[in-house]
Design a protein around this ligand. Structure first.
Ligand SMILES: *[C@@H]1O[C@H](CO)[C@@H](O)[C@H](O)[C@H]1NC(C)=O
Ligand SMILES: *[C@@H]1O[C@H](CO)[C@@H](O)[C@H](O)[C@H]1NC(C)=O
Ligand SMILES: *[C@@H]1O[C@H](CO)[C@@H](O)[C@H](O)[C@H]1NC(C)=O
Length: 765
């Protein structure tokens, strides 16, 4: 007997268009549409032979992070605040739809886009579904196009979702959130007060990709400003025959010394006869383009079609969801073995404009793709997947570009023959090139590139002629130009800022923040605020606007993706790194004011309380108990300060200073011996008469345990709140009902930390 199981399978795609497209393909156009809780996200229901009945629900948008910050106003604490994921208001209906569908399904297939973000959204979907149905089976569909073949293959090769990729996205999101929140808050609070007339209500955002991107723009601008043109001289020789005019260029190119050039010129003028030293002719090709990856698409669309990167990606994604082109986020520029290029070229033969060219490729033995050497192992290069002639406007132009680029890549290099003529006048060498184009090949279908032939007369080796003119000309070196969007993307890619998926967004952000503007010819010009911020951070010595910090993070994210680096480790490392940069930046904040005042006028004196708070939140040392930072804090009754662990209330380590300490503040110097490194020294001021006569009343000392005298004077004890000595703990922080100190096994007699033994105290007591 045949036993037949019927499953209900829930398929979740990232966008409604994609869900619809996939449902249409899997159901052969027989899907029934039904409403869920969200008006934008429909449910398509149909039978599919894979598991029986399959249902497809469209997207759940990404759950945003929410920074949960207990200590509210001090930005440095944003680096340690608890972060929790929550479902934003507008995603609630989708969540409800998912939950109700999941309850009725036995399996879940994730059809989100196959990139990092898609994997991450996939896990959010899984979490939501598993919360209501813990035993639901989970699969991941992998595909690069929404076409019947691709969808079919994905169904036959369902795999598991990749948690590593999702982890990397979590790490990046959390870091971006913390870094962005801390710096943005710090900059905005401070600069609004210092430049009230220009920045009063302006949000001055910071992002760890945004700033290096801005940095590139500023750097180029400054290079242009600093450019000093230099005069150069060269000798130019021309030769005209009845039909042609040839210009010979000097092998020395140019000289910056006028006298030197004049001497050579005069030598030539004394005997102005040219001898043809050699005539060579060799084939020259102009290479057809490589298969298209995202960065190339963005750059070429910006240069050749004048569509900016953000718009390009928006259109490309639309073309992808409609099944016209393959997935537009790819780093691959080589075609995979399994891709049938012949049938893709065949689809294009019906077009009135490029159809004949496509047919030509087939007639001459089929596609001969030029291949690059990059592969992201996930998606093929961007290529057309379906013929259409029904698109309009920029969608049409971009589709046409993708098709023409693909056909060009599948055809042949353009072929020419280059002739080089070398001549000598006295002992100076000159040369000229002629080019004859033999076969235009790919250029026929690729109007975005030009190649011009150049005809020169026939010269014979050993023959002589008299040049028509010989001149010494003068020129000036010219500065580099402001960056175009294509230049900027190239720089971001070279320095590892952002990914192909995010370049366009970062560029958009610095535009909307008014850090940069565009010149009429679409080049990036930094604004005053942008200039001031970059110069300010540069003058702190922190290369915040330089790409290195961020590039290291991107490299680590890649390792997390590949499962070669642990999520928590990567996160912890980069949080600490940026936190250190942050605290230093706060300390040197005056430099930011100074740099900006060059552009925004005189800086007001800064007296805001946030500044003090931040100063006080600079770490003095690591907590010997939990490893988090310990910072100086004011006692709630205002009678002085104490050293508190930022892990409070979960960690209650604290150091209380006796009343004879009038003032205590953090010093920049670091104790060379105390562990764990670094332990900052503290600057003390004592009450008159409270110290032994030989000791000064003000000095810098270490409370890490190495300073015997100070330990005795302060009667140093590290105590936990809740014990007898917690007098003075903040009033609003009633802790008497808190659990008291746990049993202390063989505690060190000096610091009395539990677990710190007499012979092996981490505080070096
Ligand atoms: C320029 O070239 C002349 C002739 O070769 C030489 O004497 C002179 O020192 C050069 N001047 C400089 C500034 O190098
Ligand atoms: C590729 O497609 C063409 C035409 O669609 C077909 O004739 C050919 O057999 C296919 N090649 C492979 C290897 O599948
Ligand atoms: C990949 O190709 C580029 C240029 O086409 C070349 O510079 C690079 O060295 C190549 N890399 C490898 C690993 O072959």
């Amino acid at each position: 007997a045949l036993i037949c199981f019927r499953f209900t399978v829930l398929c979740v795609a990232e966008k409604n268009d994609a869900a619809k497209g996939i449902a249409e393909i899997m159901s052969n156009g027989r899907a029934r549409k039904r409403e869920g809780y969200s008006v934008y996200n429909k449910i398509y229901e149909y039978e599919y032979h894979l598991f029986g009945q399959v249902r497809s629900v469209s997207k759940l948008s990404a759950g945003d992070f929410f920074l949960h910050c207990r200590h509210s106003c001090n930005p440095v604490l944003l680096f340690d605040a608890e972060v929790e994921k929550y479902c934003p208001e507008n995603s609630v209906p989708i969540k409800r739809t998912l939950e109700s569908e999941a309850r009725q399904s036995q399996a879940l297939i994730i059809w989100t886009d196959c990139d990092r973000e898609g994997e991450n959204i996939g896990f959010e979907v899984i979490d939501v579904c598993k919360a209501v149905k813990s035993n639901i089976q989970v699969f991941r569909a992998r595909f690069s196009e929404i076409t019947p073949n691709s969808v079919q293959r994905a169904c036959e090769t369902l795999g598991e979702p990749n948690i590593h990729i999702s982890d990397a996205v979590d790490v990046r999101q959390e870091l971006d959130l913390r870094i962005g929140a801390a710096f943005t808050r710090f900059q905005t609070l401070r600069l609004q007060k210092i430049f009230p007339s220009s920045l009063a209500n302006q949000l001055i955002s910071y992002g760890s990709c945004q700033f290096p991107t801005l940095g590139f723009v500023v750097e180029r601008f400054k290079a242009i400003q600093a450019f000093i043109p230099e005069t150069f001289f060269k000798i130019q020789v021309t030769h005209e025959t009845e039909d042609e005019k040839v210009e010979f260029s000097w092998k020395r190119h140019r000289l910056f010394n006028h006298t030197a050039c004049l001497v050579l010129y005069q030598m030539c003028m004394e005997d102005p006869i040219a001898t043809v030293v050699s005539v060579t002719s060799k084939p020259k090709s102009k290479w057809r383009p490589l298969p298209l990856d995202t960065v190339e698409l963005e750059k070429l669309a910006s240069r050749k079609l004048k569509i900016n990167a953000k718009e390009t990606m928006r259109i490309a994604e639309k073309l992808y969801t409609q099944g016209y082109i393959s997935y537009p986020r790819t780093e691959t520029n080589m075609f995979p073995q399994g891709l049938n290029l012949t049938s893709l070229v065949e689809q294009q033969t019906q077009d009135p404009e490029w159809g004949a060219f496509a047919q030509g490729i087939l007639d001459r033995g089929g596609p001969t793709p030029r291949n690059g050497n990059k592969s992201d192992q996930a998606h093929p290069p961007i290529h057309p997947t379906k013929y259409t002639n029904s698109l309009q406007g920029n969608e049409r132009r971009l589709y046409e570009f993708v098709v023409r680029h693909f056909l060009a890549c599948c055809s042949q290099d353009a072929q020419g023959q280059e002739t080089t003529v070398d001549i000598e006048i006295v002992r100076e060498k000159f040369c000229a090139h002629g080019l004859m184009i033999i076969a235009r090949n790919y250029l026929e279908v690729y109007p975005y590139e030009k190649w011009y032939g150049k005809v020169i007369p026939v010269y014979e080796q050993g023959s002589q002629f008299q040049p028509t003119s010989m001149m010494m000309v003068e020129g000036e070196t010219s500065p580099p130009q402001l960056l175009t969007e294509a230049d900027l993307i190239a720089l971001m890619e070279k320095h590892g800022i952002g990914t192909d998926a995010t370049h366009a967004e970062h560029i958009e952000t610095i535009k909307t923040r008014l850090y940069v503007g565009l010149t009429p010819d679409q080049r990036f010009l930094p604004g005053e605020l942008g200039m001031g911020l970059v110069e300010g951070y540069n003058s702190m010595g922190y290369e915040m606007s330089k790409p290195d910090l961020r590039a290291e993070l991107e490299a680590d994210l890649k390792l997390v993706c590949e499962g070669r680096k642990n999520k928590a480790e990567a996160l912890g490392h980069h949080v600490q790194k940026y936190k250190a940069v942050f605290t230093e930046s706060v300390r040197k904040a005056k430099k930011l004011d100074e740099a900006l005042s060059v552009y925004l006028g005189e800086a007001q004196e800064y007296t805001g309380p946030e500044h003090q708070d931040v100063e006080m939140a600079l770490p003095v040392r690591k907590c010997p108990q939990c490893g988090r930072d310990m910072v100086l804090k004011k006692k709630s009754d205002g009678t002085g300060k104490f050293l508190s662990c930022t892990g409070y209330p979960s960690c209650k380590t604290a150091v209380w200073f006796p009343d004879m300490v009038l003032e205590v503040s953090r010093d920049e110097s670091i104790c060379p011996t105390c562990q764990p490194h670094p332990v900052h020294m503290l600057k003390f001021k004592f009450k008159k008469g409270s110290l032994p006569p030989m000791m000064p009343l003000e000095f810098v000392g270490c409370i890490g345990g190495c300073d015997e005298m100070l330990r005795e004077v302060l009667n140093l004890k590290y105590l936990r709140a809740g014990s007898r000595a917690r007098r003075g703990r903040e009033a609003g922080d009633e802790t008497s009902s808190m659990p008291l100190v746990p049993k202390r096994p063989r505690a060190c007699g000096v610091c009395r930390q539990p677990g710190h033994t007499r012979n092996n105290c981490p505080l070096n007591c």
